[in-house]
Design a protein around this ligand. Structure first.
Ligand code: DGL
Length: 268
């Protein structure tokens, strides 16, 4: 059975882990998050690249698990760090691409929204993605770190203060023809109800979690991942880069509730 390593800045990337596990229940998983450098959406590109490569290599070097695949469960990191990660690692690396292509195909009005981090919305990667797959659409971009923090809070403490949601989404609300919004940050599926609730009726929000889960499944079956490697039941482990933070116990409770075995620290 195969083992997969997931990385993100926080716990939002668990939205990707959740979809991957749903479709591939036999996978062993390790989820690593860089809470020391959270949020990535406010960090310079070179720092994000360096942290992602260092974090992944450190887990691989210190773990007894031979990982079959790495999932970068973070759009902000995927849109900038994939080439460096692929050249540094010998296993396949799957990134999260904002669902701009499916949104362009689904939209009847050809007006779509991209909701992501401030870093993601200004990336040239996104310009190319739109030029390639949504050139017939008008794409309204909204970048928000506040939403990322709200999602992290919701996961840690089970509650969300959604008071300023309409303010954050005002550029979408002001656009009468908008019919589809891409949740281009893996934290945002955790706020899907709150986001849809603040938008005018009939606007749908989509993300790429399920597509990533299918991609992981097909790469693992192509590589024979389900037959070789680990024996015994699939386990999930979590690591964070700063376990001394004041919210450690809330994080540990979250992972326990999701069926993870433990939450340790990765020192890098
Ligand atoms: N989960 C992230 C993403 O998909 C990162 C959010 C952040 O750290 O700013 O972009």
């Amino acid at each position: 059975m195969a083992d997969v390593l997931f990385i993100d800045s926080g716990v939002g990337g668990l939205s990707v882990w959740r979809e991957v596990k749903l479709l591939n229940p036999n996978l062993g998983c390790t989820y690593v998050f860089d809470n020391r450098f959270f949020p990535y959406g406010e960090k310079p590109d070179d720092i994000i690249v360096e942290r992602c490569v260092r974090m992944t290599k450190a887990v691989m070097a210190s773990s007894s698990t031979a990982f079959d695949l790495v999932v970068v469960a973070c759009n902000t990191a995927s849109t900038v760090a994939l080439p460096a990660m692929r050249s540094a690692l010998s296993v396949p690396v799957v990134g999260v691409v904002p669902a701009v292509k499916p949104a362009a195909q689904l939209s009847a009005s050809n007006v779509i929204g991209l909701l992501a981090t401030p870093a993601t919305i200004r990336r040239s990667y996104i310009d190319r993605l739109i030029a390639e797959h949504a050139s017939n659409c008008r794409v309204i971009r909204v970048g928000s770190s506040l939403l990322v923090r709200m999602a992290e809070e919701k996961l840690k403490h089970g509650r969300v203060r959604s008071g300023n949601m309409s303010e954050i989404l005002k550029d979408f609300i002001a656009e009468p023809h908008l019919d589809t919004v891409v949740l281009g940050c893996t934290h945002f599926p955790w706020l899907k109800n709150e986001i849809e609730g603040a938008l005018p009726d009939g606007i749908r929000c989509i993300d790429s979690g399920e597509a990533i889960a299918r991609r992981v499944g097909s790469l693992l079956s192509a590589g024979g991942g389900d037959e070789g490697g680990r024996t015994g039941p699939p386990k999930c482990h979590a690591l964070m880069t700063d376990a001394g933070c004041e919210d450690y116990l809330s994080y540990r409770q979250l992972f326990q509730n999701l069926g993870f075995e433990d939450l340790g620290e990765l020192t890098i």
